[in-house]
Design a protein around this ligand. Structure first.
Ligand SMILES: [Fe+2]
Ligand SMILES: [Fe+2]
Length: 237
């Protein structure tokens, strides 16, 4: 029952966002900002420290996928007549999750092999939890685009979705191999909690931004529902 209501609300939110070129460009800019985050920091995708070649190749491929997604989203935004905006602060979900994450995962060249292994395990646990969220979000967005007959955007988001699904699965396996079962479960617990808290904080923040800037594009009844949800998420965050 609860899941059904939440699902319908999220789909309705994405349908409202995708219904107007201004709000659609706004949400695609938010997606793009997350895709671009790895390029703006020096502790993402440290494939050179992976202890086996297949993992190094997977991490390198992952980095390349996100760079490609950044370009795809920019093209889609421009195609719908919007402007690509360089976002910062709490418009970048990765920044919010990092603020809620109680440990870092940077690796120095002279770290001992077991330290590198532990840090890489935590980076991939962080990435896994983040990718799971992206996967859920693009699922709603693809469904909303399909329902609205926005075929080009739906096919773009479906392509991104296939990559995100791969990121979710290889990162999970790698964390178990890198850390062992007990440590891996503890890492997923830690980064999962960070993701859940960041998800509520980010969503509440973005609904407020939406209401400030774009509320006129949505009927009053749904504005009230979204505002109530944001207040609830804010309270939980
Ligand atoms: Fe991506
Ligand atoms: Fe991804």
């Amino acid at each position: 029952m609860y899941v059904g209501v939440v699902d319908r609300l999220k789909l309705s939110w994405h349908r409202d966002l995708a219904s107007h070129p201004v709000t659609h460009a706004w949400v695609l800019n938010l997606y793009r900002a997350g895709e671009q985050h790895p390029e703006t920091v020096d502790d993402y995708f440290p494939y050179q420290h992976a202890p086996w070649p297949e993992l190094a190749a997977n991490i390198k491929r992952h980095a390349g996928d996100e760079r490609r997604h950044t370009v795809l989203y920019a093209k889609a935004i421009e195609r719908m007549g919007g402007a690509v905006v360089e976002l910062g602060g709490w418009d970048v979900f990765n920044r919010v999750i990092r603020e809620h994450t109680p440990r870092g995962f940077a690796i120095a060249d002279d770290d001992a092999p077991d330290v590198k292994r532990e840090q890489l395990g935590h980076f991939l646990a962080h990435a896994h939890c983040l990718e799971r969220r992206v996967l859920r979000s693009v699922e709603y967005h693809a469904e909303a685009c399909a329902q609205l007959g926005r075929r080009e955007e739906a096919s773009l988001v479906e392509k991104v979705h296939a990559d995100e699904a791969r990121h979710v699965s290889y990162s999970k396996e790698a964390v178990f191999e890198l850390l062992g079962r007990r440590e891996a479960l503890a890492a997923f617990e830690l980064h999962g909690r960070a993701e859940a808290a960041a998800d509520r904080a980010f969503s509440a923040f973005q609904v407020r931004v939406f209401m400030d800037q774009h509320a006129r594009h949505v009927p009053l009844s749904r504005r009230l529902v979204y505002t109530a949800c944001a207040a609830l998420m804010q309270g939980m965050a």
